[in-house]
Design a protein around this ligand. Structure first.
Ligand code: PEP
Ligand code: MN
Length: 475
């Protein structure tokens, strides 16, 4: 069984090239017999629900295995080429989206707000870095969550922890918390409709540079953001200048936009792995880019083994306990052929740690000669508990970690390739601070995240402006 995709539409300028329709005929077949794709089942496997004996497990797995791929191998390969440019210092990577997507929020409004915010951030960063920005959403598949404990106790009642809506429900009842494999099928369909909308938006004119610039003017109208007037004005003049020069804006109406999620739930990833019949190689087709989290990156564990066998560009999160030896061993295992764009290292050290903990890793990788993409995740090392009990992060800590990341790379003579943030396009109150200040008193009314706190729309844009400012000073 396979899928035939239409020929990629070609415009009249190189910028109209789009990755999200398959280049030429791309056939994917199931991966039932492919050697090595089930080795992970024999290895230490963390953070999974115990559901193999659930009466619906086999039918859910079979259904997913027969479903069409969500992304095409040709698109995935193109992303790898884009990331190869990032590794060379010729582009910047922006990854952003929810900590955990939810089924209920897979709506047109929420998805468009998120895509819009990422596009707005990308325009600001493109200007700041004077480089192309590779845009990627933690979207259309970010449904599985690692937890610090398998069980959760409230008022003397102990139930399985919430592991993301692809596994169970957030409500604290026994019925909600029992893992249900049918949820994987729902997550697939939610991802398909999310991706469908993303493709429509980013190929259908929504990404028009002039429109994105207009939205940024909305942000600038808020007096709290006056300090970004200079850079916003410069971008505006640049766009007007292009217009006056007769730049063909048709080509700038479309943009490449890739999807990413943590490859945590291996039953789901295995069921959506397909063999690309052009090359005979296995690809995870649940998203373009997948990463291994801080809790599952054990060298001899199931997750790293599975990632070593698929051909997508992949990421690995690196927390403050990571040693240079571990990083070099991860590179050998995950990118043995030193393939450009294959491996992204996502550092999440915490603002307090980054200036001490990151340099030995960056230097070891530099000295080994391996070419990786280095990205900062300034969120996961900066989580605190607010006085009123909410899990939160301070905007200033997030920005401090980003600054530390740039400093470390400047000192090592390496390239700070990108930024990975938890954000939303909505006006939530989950992270503290920002110029249009969010404080704890707003949490009760506007805290929505089921897991980690996200930057809201304004905080996300503000972060992009601040990063752009530091980049313009460097370039
Ligand atoms: C995440 O990205 O939501 C996450 C759980 O990150 P980490 O693996 O870095 O803790
Ligand atoms: Mn998170």
């Amino acid at each position: 069984m396979g899928v035939t995709a239409a020929e990629t539409p070609r415009g009249d300028t190189p910028r109209t090239e789009t990755p999200l329709t398959a280049p030429g005929e791309i056939l994917h077949t199931g991966a039932a017999e492919y050697p090595g794709l089930d080795t992970w089942r024999e290895l230490p496997l963390k953070q999974q629900p115990d559901w193999q004996n659930h009466p619906d497990f086999d039918s859910a797995f079979e259904q997913l295995s027969a479903n069409p791929p969500l992304v095409f191998a040709g698109e995935v390969d193109k992303l790898k080429r884009r990331l190869a440019r990032v590794a060379e210092g010729e582009a910047f990577l922006l990854q952003g989206g929810d900590c955990a997507e939810t089924f209920k929020d897979a709506t047109a409004d929420r998805i468009s707000a998120k895509v819009k915010t990422i596009l707005q951030m990308a325009v600001v960063l493109t200007y700041g870095a004077s480089l192309p920005v590779v845009k990627m959403g933690r979207m259309a598949g970010q449904y599985a969550k690692p937890r610090s404990s398998d069980m959760e106790t409230r008022d003397g009642v102990t139930l399985p922890s919430f592991r993301g809506e692809i596994v169970n429900d957030f409500d604290f009842t026994e019925e909600a918390r029992i893992p249900d494999p049918k949820r994987m099928v729902t997550a697939y369909h939610k991802s398909a409709s999310t991706l469908n909308l993303i493709r429509a938006f980013t190929e259908g004119g929504f990404a028009d540079l002039r429109a994105v610039q207009q939205w940024n003017k909305g942000f600038m109208e808020n007096p709290a953001h006056a300090r970004y007037e200079q850079i916003a004005g410069e971008i505006d003049r640049a766009v007007k200048f292009m217009d006056a020069c007769g730049v063909e804006f048709e080509g700038l109406k479309r943009t490449e936009f890739y999807t990413a999620h943590e490859a945590l739930l291996l039953d789901y990833e295995r069921a959506l792995t397909r063999i690309d019949s052009r090359t005979g190689h296995p690809y995870i087709t649940s998203g373009h880019f997948v990463w291994v989290g801080e809790r599952t990156r054990d060298l001899d564990g199931a997750h790293v083994d599975y990632m070593s066998r698929i051909r997508n560009p992949i990421g690995v999160k690196l927390g403050p306990t990571t040693t240079p030896e571990t990083v070099l061993a991860l590179i050998d295992k995950l990118d043995p052929h030193r393939e450009p764009g294959r491996l992204t290292l996502i550092s999440r050290m915490g603002a307090k740690n980054i200036r001490q903990k990151l340099p030995p890793l960056v230097e070891a990788v530099r000295d080994s000669g391996a070419k990786v993409v280095w990205v900062t995740d300034p969120m996961h090392g900066n989580t605190i508990t607010a006085q009123n009990g909410y899990k939160t992060r301070r905007f200033d800590d997030i920005m401090d970690e980003v600054r530390g990341f740039f400093e470390v790379h400047a000192a090592a003579g390496t390239y700070p390739g990108g930024m990975h943030v938890e954000m939303t396009g909505d006006d939530v109150a989950e992270c503290l601070g920002g110029s249009d200040v969010i404080d704890e008193s707003a949490f009760d009314a506007r805290y929505e995240s089921l897991v980690d706190p996200r930057l809201n729309h304004k905080q996300s844009l503000e972060l992009a402006f601040l990063v752009a400012e530091s980049l313009t000073r460097v370039t």
